[in-house]
Design a protein around this ligand. Structure first.
Ligand SMILES: [Zn+2]
Ligand SMILES: [Zn+2]
Ligand SMILES: [Zn+2]
Length: 477
């Protein structure tokens, strides 16, 4: 397996681009909310002169270049193209099971042989008599192959006009972009809305001396801005993690989004190391300290089946438990960009007016999705306890009853002001015989009339004279 010439390797990402990326990385590092000590350790790994020997181990053992990468060219011949293999299998299967399809080919003067030809597949074109037709369009139009299967094949299909490489990398930017701004996503995407915010560990991956990222890429870079800093990064057709294990083993785990090619077939690593299949039990070569968040928790760089074994002096070694495991469970679903402070990770949001921390139980959200503490919400809005409508205080008035706010319309529908005692109370508490009068006053009237036979209590009030609290035309819904 040949390696790309060093000169060419360093041209895949220009040295000045790499430098700028690392400067940007330092600038966004505080937004991961690690301790100062952890940040200093991370910064130390960025420079080969200040790096610990252990952190440079993969670099020297696998002969990574000064950008901490090694590239291996990928030539996808007929036999290596998984998408084509899938396609071929599928076509043979379909035609074997439905002989009538041959008549569609005859009709269009298409030879079966050209249908299963690699050049038709890779150029997506088919010779139909004297015409050229688009291969996949044709297959879909005549219901030869279902769209779902075409999608699966396309998912495996690699661009065939560009140079392709498998890269082994210890570059922190390559790890940072393991799922961000790619054609696929995962919980490690900086914009992921997973509550556990697993991407918070990405800034500290470089502290793991056992780990490198392995990816399939072309020579085209992509741009992406994080916290105001523009990075240029490799576009991954697929990627996975390489892990150094005990007994000189190297394992490639977790292909994303698919294992379009087997990376182990393309890379060459130090002869001392044996590439092994992912097993139930992987124990890392080095014990190391994964670093800490401001609040004292371990940085969550392990999930994906890799659980930590915590040893003396807070150093850890990981091994494969065969189940998901994480050191940190955050409660933040806003993604990295919206994160403003460490407390956000604990489920606290910031009030959009006073900027105070608000816990999730105490968070008020307006209809535009802004968050408020209760005090600020109540200053800006009121929420009618009856019609479930949010009103701006600056535009509408509310009435209070038993500490609940009501819009004027609802209030007048539910409450009335007693014509005798002037108390405001529920309409359900209005006397039936004497509308406009509360039941209390009504009972008193009756009591009085019972005691003095001279007084006739049936002085009915005209229902139309019920005292409204405010003159509004009630709207009934
Ligand atoms: Zn507030
Ligand atoms: Zn209302
Ligand atoms: Zn009354």
């Amino acid at each position: 397996m040949s390696r790309v010439k060093l000169e060419e390797e360093l041209n895949l990402m220009l040295p000045e681009t790499n430098e700028q990326n690392l400067l940007n990385f330092k600038s966004i590092l505080p937004h991961f909310y690690y301790t100062k000590i952890t940040n200093n350790r991370i910064i130390r790994t960025l420079n080969p002169e200040t790096r610990y020997k252990q952190d440079s181990y993969i670099d020297s053992e696998f002969e990574l270049n000064e950008q901490r990468r090694a590239f291996f060219p990928v030539d996808l011949g007929v036999n290596m193209d998984i998408a084509f293999k899938l396609y071929q299998k599928e076509i043979y299967y379909i035609f074997e099971n439905n002989r009538e399809l041959y008549s569609i080919l005859d009709e269009h003067k298409i030879r079966f042989r050209s249908l299963v030809d690699y050049s038709s597949f890779s150029t997506n074109s088919l010779t139909a008599g004297k015409q050229e037709v688009k291969l996949f369009k044709f297959l879909m139009k005549y219901n030869i192959m279902p769209k779902r299967n075409i999608d699966i094949i396309n998912n495996f299909k690699l661009g065939n006009k560009e140079d392709m490489y498998v890269c082994i990398s210890r570059n922190p930017i390559d790890m940072l972009f393991c799922a961000t701004n790619q054609s696929f996503t995962s919980c490690e995407d900086l914009s992921s809305n997973w509550q556990s915010a697993y991407y918070m560990g990405l800034g500290a991956l470089t502290l793991d001396p056992n780990r490198c990222i392995v990816f399939l890429t072309t020579d085209r870079l992509k741009k992406y801005t994080i916290k105001g800093h523009e990075f240029k990064h490799f576009r991954y057709i697929s990627r996975s993690w390489g892990l150094l294990g005990i007994y000189n083993t190297f394992t490639i785990v977790r292909y994303y989004p698919t294992r379009s090619i087997k990376f182990g077939d393309y890379i060459s690593i130090s002869k001392k190391y044996k590439i092994i299949k992912q097993s139930r039990f992987i124990k890392s070569k080095f014990l190391f300290n994964p670093g800490f968040y401001e609040g004292g928790k371990y940085i969550s760089i392990y999930n994906d089946n890799i659980a930590p074994e915590i040893g003396k002096r807070k150093r850890i070694r990981y091994f494969n438990h065969g189940e998901s495991y994480s050191l940190t469970d955050w409660n933040w679903s806003g993604g990295f960009e919206k994160l403003q402070k460490y407390n956000n990770l604990l489920g606290y949001r910031s009030c959009s007016i006073c900027n105070n921390d608000i816990s999730s139980d105490d968070t008020w959200k307006d209809c535009s999705g802004n968050f408020y503490c209760q005090v600020c919400y109540n200053k800006k809005y009121f929420y009618c306890g009856n019609c479930d409508t949010e009103y701006l205080n600056s535009e509408h008035k509310f009435k209070l009853y038993a500490e609940t706010r009501y819009c004027i319309g609802c209030y007048n529908r539910i409450f009335f002001k007693c014509g005798k005692c002037n108390n405001e109370t529920r309409r359900t508490y209005m006397s039936i015989e004497n509308p406009g009068i509360c039941k209390d006053c009504d009972t008193k009237t009756k009591t009085v009339s019972d005691n003095s036979p001279k007084f006739h209590w049936n002085v009915r009030q005209n229902p139309l004279t019920i005292n409204y609290i405010e003159e509004v035309s009630p709207t009934w819904d």
